[in-house]
Design a protein around this ligand. Structure first.
Ligand code: SF4
Length: 384
């Protein structure tokens, strides 16, 4: 299969409602169960080890009109929280048996309990992931949360997790993450051959199928991409930061590239990429996953990073990707991203790295003003 055909299949998959994705998998796996995970980190290994299909739960995007969820949230709340609840009201996640939320922010905390209250026929779990990454007990604590999640699956869905199954799932997801890292490394090296929109749909599709199915297609694509003919253009190499939870519309990513940027790093769909290398260690798989969550994690606005300034991880990312600027892209009303914007901006200014802010909502249709702003930013840098 060609690179274009694989990417087209991924595009088809990501436009389908989550419930349809779940039902299709269930027709091939009668009696199977599906669990969807709200951003940011997805403990996909634990779900997979219970024999279930883990899916990313990323709100309604541009396709869902709010008819019920608005009445259950304050008006100043991000779109992904409302549209995720709306998916339930409109039956668009019918077929998903369980939902996992975590303490990335107060909105996600509320969403978890509102979801549970409104949909009592599905399994809903809220993970209290560690916030203080400097405490010596933090990895042990994280492992205990994952054990609690697994016990919940057994009790509510009748599917247990054995240590051996979890170790195997860690291996499978290590293999998947290695492929995802390879795509990111390829885009840094040759962004003209892999647009961010293409990378995004491929990555998002990988969160909607079992990893064993995703890996062969990703391998084919990785082998095909270098053959693509594309001339490098004179564009600004940028890092997108702040889009770790609510996902920007694909149209906005297209505009970024059309306006003269090569996106060479981003924090889109962080959940499946949270752990930056193979999960280390050999002992108890819960302990290994808990330690990886803490010690092998990408820097993120959704948890405290010890004594380091918020901008340290971002500046490292800019240097590693040989980027020239940062586009802060927080969702409207996303507190973790907007609070960090202030600190990251200070750090970037000290380091002499140019930046601009582009706020978005998942259901955004017109991009002309944004296009003009990005074009002006790019021109100011390229023709300085
Ligand atoms: S978009 Fe931001 S505020 Fe909204 S749920 Fe996600 S992290 Fe929380």
């Amino acid at each position: 299969m060609t690179a274009e055909a694989i990417i087209e299949r991924c595009r088809d998959l990501v436009t389908q409602p989550l419930g349809a994705v779940a039902e299709q998998w269930k027709t091939r796996h009668p009696g199977g169960k599906v669990v969807a995970v709200y951003p940011v980190w997805a403990p996909a290994e634990v779900i997979h080890a219970a024999g279930m299909l883990p899916l990313s739960l990323l709100g309604g995007g541009t396709s869902v009109e709010l008819t019920h969820a608005d009445a259950r949230f304050q008006s100043f709340v991000c779109s992904i929280a409302k549209s995720t609840l709306e998916l339930g009201f409109q039956g668009l996640v019918k077929g998903v048996d369980g939902f996992v939320y975590s303490n990335i922010c107060d909105v996600a905390r509320n969403l978890s309990s509102i979801y549970q209250r409104n949909f009592q026929d599905v399994f809903v779990e809220y993970l209290h992931l560690p916030q203080n990454s400097t405490s010596p007990s933090v990895a042990v604590y994280c492992a205990s949360e994952l054990r609690r999640l697994a016990a919940g699956f057994e009790q509510a869905l009748g599917l247990g997790v054995t240590p051996m199954a979890l170790s195997k799932s860690i291996d499978v997801y290590n293999a998947l993450r290695a492929r995802l890292r390879a795509f990111y490394a390829f885009r840094i090296a040759e962004p003209q051959k892999l647009s961010t929109v293409d990378l995004y749909v491929v990555l998002r599709a990988a969160t909607l199928v079992p990893p064993e199915e995703a890996i062969p297609s990703l391998d084919t694509l990785l082998a095909e991409l270098p053959q693509r003919s594309a001339r490098p253009r004179d564009r600004l190499r940028v890092v997108i930061e702040g889009a770790f939870c609510e996902q920007p519309p694909i149209g906005l990513l297209e505009v970024l590239e059309e306006a003269g940027c090569y996106v060479v790093e981003d924090d889109l769909l962080l959940g499946w990429r949270w752990i930056t290398g193979d999960v280390a260690g050999e002992g108890d798989p819960y302990d290994r996953l808990g330690a990886a969550y803490v010690n092998q994690a990408v820097p993120s606005s959704t948890r405290h990073e010890g004594r380091e300034h918020r901008s340290v991880g971002l500046i490292e990312k800019v240097r590693r990707a040989n980027a020239q600027a940062v586009i802060f892209m927080p969702a409207k009303f996303c507190e973790p991203a907007l609070f960090d914007y202030v600190l990251m901006r200070q750090g970037l200014e000290r380091a002499g790295i140019p930046h601009m802010l582009v706020e978005f909502e998942e259901k955004m249709w017109t991009f002309e003003r944004t296009r003009n702003e990005i074009e002006t930013f790019v021109e100011s840098m390229m023709f300085d």
